[in-house]
Design a protein around this ligand. Structure first.
Ligand SMILES: [Fe+2]
Ligand SMILES: [Fe+2]
Length: 179
């Protein structure tokens, strides 16, 4: 039913390189939050978990003199734009359906408004789920990006989440058929 699994995304070297940079533990926690929220908001758990897992894949490390520079980051960061593009390329390469890849990329683009001029953004339910899932795992001064998780544990959690998504999709056979 699904074109690609979270595990196939997790195992790709691009994911390993860039998601680890912004925090694998944060990405997995956000994906679990997105799974739970997807029921409440009535959106596809497949799309919600993939977008939440990849939402910070566009992060760049803002260092000055060997230290993280939060001011530099705030001024120059475009990780949501970069992440949307990077995730889209990765998903298409792995064989994701182009319409799903687009929806996931858009949710990543809009998961934060920190890089946008002031104003209100309208988020559709999938985009809202991903933004909320991120927020739910946020810690003060960005320390959620530095929480560590062992590779084996991360893999086990991804496999378990894949099973949860498959169960949910088979319970709702027709509901997300068009996605
Ligand atoms: Fe982010
Ligand atoms: Fe995040």
């Amino acid at each position: 039913m699904r074109d690609i699994t979270l595990l196939s995304i997790f195992e790709h070297r691009i994911t390993q390189k860039y998601v680890k940079r912004s925090g694998m533990a944060h990405a997995i926690a956000a994906a679990y939050h997105a799974f739970n929220l997807s029921k409440e908001f009535n959106v596809s758990p497949d799309l919600a978990t993939k977008a939440a897992f990849l939402h910070d894949i566009g992060h760049y490390t803002w260092y000055r003199n060997g230290k993280w520079d939060y001011k530099l980051y705030k001024e120059n960061d475009i990780h949501a734009i970069k992440g949307a593009e990077r995730a889209h390329k990765l998903l298409v390469r792995l064989g994701e359906h182009p319409q799903k890849a687009k929806k996931i990329a858009l949710a990543i683009l809009l998961h934060t408004d920190s890089y946008l001029p002031d104003g209100n953004l309208y988020l559709d339910p999938l985009q809202k789920v991903v933004a909320l899932a991120d927020e739910m795992d946020e810690e003060p001064s960005g320390s959620h990006h530095y929480r560590q998780i062992e590779d084996e544990k991360a893999r086990r959690m991804i496999v378990r989440l894949d099973q949860m998504i498959d169960n949910e999709l088979s319970k709702n056979q027709n509901k997300f058929a068009s996605l």
